[in-house]
Structures are given as C-alpha cells and as structure tokens.
Design a protein around this ligand. Sequence first.
Ligand SMILES: [Zn+2]
Length: 277
Amino acid sequence: MEDKVYDYTAVSRDLRALTDRYPFVKSEIIGKSLKRRNIYLIRLGEGERQVFYNAAHHGTEWITAKLMMRFAFDFAESYVKGYRLAGYDIRRLYRDASIYIAPMVNPDGVELSKTKEGWQANARGVDLNHNYDAGWDEYKKLARENGITAPGRTRYAGRRPESEPESKAIADFTRRMDFEYVVAFHSQGEVIYWKYGKILPPRSEEIARLISKSSGYELDEADGLASYSGYKDWFIKEFGRPGYTIEVGAGENPLPLSQFEKIYKDILEILVFVGLT
Ligand SMILES: [Zn+2]
C-alpha cells in the first residue's frame, strides 16, 4: 500500500510540474518542518480577494494534499484554455481573487503515517491541529482528563500554542495576509465544522450553507476535544472572519485513492466559487 500514499515526494514532484507547465502559478516555501521538509504554498489568481486553503495537517490525511494539487492543475489549465470549472468562469476568478493553498502542512506526519499506523501528529508527536491559540488551556485540561498527557500519534497539543514549526509557519503566513475566509481540509466524515464558541463572524453562516449545499456535506458543531485549538478555531477567534474545517470523504483514514474522484467532484465547487459569491 505504501506506494499508493500521496507523500512528500509526490507533492514536491507535482508542484514542480505545475509551475513548469504553468509559469503564471506562483509558489513559495513558507516554512520547514522539524525534519526540514518544505511547507509549500501555491497562489492561483491575481485578484484582491484572498482566501486560504490548507490540507494534510494530519499524517493519515494525505488524500487532501492530492485534492489540492489536482485543483491547482485544473484551475491553471482552465485559465489557459478559457474553460469553466464546475460551471465557474476561471479567468474571471483569476482576475478577482487570489487563492492561496498550502497542500501539505505536515509533511513529516505524512511520511510517518506510512510506517506508523494512525499517525496524525508531527515528527515529535504534537497534533498540529491542536497547537493553535484558541482555547488551548481549556483543551490541555480536557486532554489531561482524557489521559492525553504526552506526545504521541494524535491529540497531544504541545507545550504551548505554535510551539511547532509547521503550525507557526501557517499562523505566521495567515497573520501576514488578509484572508476573507479560510478552509482547512481534513478527512474523513463528509461534514463541515464552522463554529468556534459563540463567535459568529459576518457571512460565516451564509458561506457555511453554500458549501454544505454544493458538497452535500452536513454542517455540524464540534464537541469535546474537537472544539478547541484547531486552525479554523484560531482563525475565527483571531480575525473574526469565517473559517471552516471540512472533513472530506467517508470511511476510515487513510482513505483509499478509489474515493478520490468522488471526493474531488463533491468539493470542486467549494474550491472555485470563492470571489463569485
Ligand atoms: Zn484531521
């Protein structure tokens, strides 16, 4: 099965192919993982409206990185040809919006998941999606009550918020920018999380309903350990703007690549309709 994993080598190779074939697609490295792997960023479009998608915060969820790369290729090809994508005018989107994508936030975790079953964390056992400064102390308390007190494959929040180079790179980049909203792609569950506490940013419910309708994924509210210290929680808290966690696909992680086409079809409209709503 190992050869089927969309791993760090695959995302590096595809990124090079993407920017070679479509020189107008910009890419940069916004940070390094603990094991000195690149945290890549892609920019699609040149417009003023900015959004940010990130994927593979968790090791076993590498299918989300492949979804991001497929979208980048389809976007670029549609731009060149003047095609529509999921019914949307890509040249117009290119003019109006800038879509920033970090396809693989946790490259070390993806690599580790190939040999360590269920590995979600980074290379020193910190769950990056519990390493953001949003209810982090409450999370630590709740985690202790649930017996999570040390680094491991999942749910350990680290010694302090943004203690990890991967989450810090994503947070630093977010602070530098002016995103209208952000989407963190995870797997699995076919569900969309859109709230943090009682904060309800303008348009957050409207966009949540749109993306739920287009994907067929249910809107849900996280509870227990899942309700704190994630990227989207921090974005909502810090900026008072909409943030979403989308759990793509159904079944058990890692999701098999046989689901890829269906998932891509389900979420494509979410990926393109930014700037047009
Ligand atoms: Zn996840």
